[in-house]
Design a protein around this ligand. Structure first.
Ligand code: HEM
Length: 232
């Protein structure tokens, strides 16, 4: 065995997929590989989130943004990989689905832990705002008041949007393969996934935009310098 094989553990890794003679159809390998790769990306993302929280708590915001950059790229790849399964015919998935039993993506441990990442991140963000006396609306009216914190909140919007995009790409795949109204394996229609696409990790970071644009009424400047920051 080469050093590479030993380190990457290729033998174990490549034994994790069904052998050819056990596959229910040709496309089953693509289906299994994409799911396994997605789980690996989520494993990495979860470890990155721990580091992100640690860095926000330590006020190391520039380094926290480095972590968010990696997270955004992971989410981009996770969404992008859905195209591989868009090359499956509905008929192929019909065959694979028979082999899935009651298995469902809803049971993905990585995905369910990803959903939970919003809690520690929001807690760290709230503490950071407290430490730096940040009023979110005032900061959006004047990002130069604390450019580091502002940049961090924008990077968190990227993370949030990246996750929503992954869910949207999955929904588009589901519609394409099984249609919008086919009951899912758990009995719920795939259209219910739309609800998930609309969820956000950090609602306050989206609401502050609405609050800011409430000022945007005819005859009134968006940034009225006579208003003290945070007056709204
Ligand atoms: C042919 C491809 C796929 C089809 C037809 C499909 C279908 C579905 C359907 C119908 C659901 C709704 C719930 C259920 O039936 O259990 C679902 C949920 C889910 N699937 Fe897939 N899926 C596919 C690929 C993937 C891939 C590659 C991933 C990668 C992680 C994935 C992850 C999930 C997750 C995390 C959920 C729960 C989503 C939520 O609760 O918002 N699926 N999938």
């Amino acid at each position: 065995m080469t050093e590479y094989e030993k380190y990457i553990r290729t033998a174990e890794l490549l034994a994790l997929q069904k052998p050819r003679d056990a596959q229910v159809c040709h496309d089953e390998l693509a289906f299994q590989v994409v799911h396994q790769v997605e789980e690996l990306w989520m494993k990495l993302a979860l470890q990155e989130v721990d580091l992100l929280v640690e860095r926000i708590d330590a006020d190391r915001l520039v380094e926290a943004m480095d972590v968010l950059k990696r997270l955004r790229e992971i989410l981009r790849l996770m969404a992008g990989q859905m195209v591989i399964l868009e090359t499956l015919s509905p008929r192929s998935y019909f065959t694979i689905r028979g082999a899935l039993g009651r298995g469902s993506g809803q049971e993905s441990p990585g995905f369910n832990q990803m959903l939970e990442t919003r809690r520690p991140i929001r807690r760290a963000l709230r503490d950071l705002f407290e430490r730096r006396s940040v009023d979110l609306l005032a900061l959006h009216r004047d990002p130069s008041a604390d450019p580091e914190v502002f940049a961090l909140t924008e990077a968190l919007v990227d993370y949030d949007e990246g996750f929503q995009h992954f869910r949207y790409r999955h929904l588009a795949l589901v519609r394409r393969i099984i249609g919008g109204r086919t009951p899912s394996l758990k009995g719920a229609p795939a259209e219910l996934l739309e609800h998930g696409v609309r969820q956000s990790f950090f609602p306050e970071l989206w609401q502050v935009r609405e609050a800011l644009f409430r000022d945007f009424t005819p005859g009134r400047p968006l940034f009225d310098d006579t208003d003290p920051p945070g007056a709204h």
